[in-house]
Ligand binder design. Sequence first.
Ligand SMILES: *Cc1c(COP(=O)(O)O)cnc(C)c1O
Length: 382
Amino acid sequence: MTGKAPTGRSIAPRPGILDITPYEGGQSRIAGRDAAIKMSSNEGALGPSPRALAAFRAASETLARYPDGGSTALREAIGARFGLDPAHIVCGAGSDELLGQMARGYAGEGDEVLYSEHGFLIYPIAARAVGAVPVKVPETNLTADVDALIARAGNRTRLVYIANPNNPTGSYLDADALRRLRRGLPDGVILVIDAAYAEFVTADDYDAGIALVNENDNDNVVMTRTFSKIFGLGGLRIGWAYGPAHIVDVLNRLRMPFNVSTAAQAAGIAALADRAHQNTAARHNAAMRARMTEALRAAGITVPPSQGNFVLARFSAEAEAAAADAFLKDCGIIVRGVAGYGLPESLRITVGRTEECKAVCDALTRFMAERKAGATGGQSRG
Ligand SMILES: *Cc1c(COP(=O)(O)O)cnc(C)c1O
């Protein structure tokens, strides 16, 4: 796929673009089946707040009108909810848009953009789109390595993207580690903290990035957040960034004037107001994540601790992960292969509703038991 796409005889896009491996979302259907349990895209298990749905429907009355290009009321609602100055917030069509605009604003041809080994695949896409060089920095124990990132940052480095917690590993950097990373990077490098899963974190030494943005005198930290995960609004595309005024200004110049639709703004505001729904979703996730981790470990699968709304199931080999994936599909369950993240022996499983979590754990327990029986019986089940 890289560099092989057809070009016109004399027309070629800018350098880097044909090196992009297009992002593939989690699968949502199984051939030959009408319904499936979808645990492949980290969508909020409980879906959106009914209040968000009502606001979305009400917005249908005003669709002839352009949205508020500044997402003013949504930024005010976000500010009120998280204790932030709305002037330091910019909204996007998903946080993906804002992550991409950061690269557009601050990196160019020949510049380097750092991300950690098993980091989110949008980062290298964002880098290549502007002709920059994405640099993958090795992790330690499936966790971003602060010292390695600091050591690798050089003259050409413009941005460091960190997903915290990270998808698909579920690991996180605590507030001190993140602060140490910021202090160790050159002042001219912007640290972008992608906190898409912040609302699911239960570790008490975690900071989503707000404290680091606020306390950082050099104005070189940005945090991004999303309504796609705990708020269950992935289909509406709403994200936001919080950062220093000069970076918010750049993002506001680069983004398209009406990047967040009327319906998205209205639903986002209503979703924020439903604190009970968010609390229920967070409690559900913490309980189910623990239960899934325990059940899969009991089945003989390695599961690193996760702070997200997913767990990483690690098998003994790539072929075992592929067999488990096929077994789950036979059971009508879709999970996410993560070979693209350098983890071919693993599957990422989103925390779903209670019965969905039970179904995937039961299926994998059966799978592991069959593999074991096959192994002791000396049969191979290719
Ligand atoms: C899901 C996810 C996002 C959210 O993307 P949106 O564009 O806001 O839907 C961002 N970062 C990571 C690491 C994610 O997994």
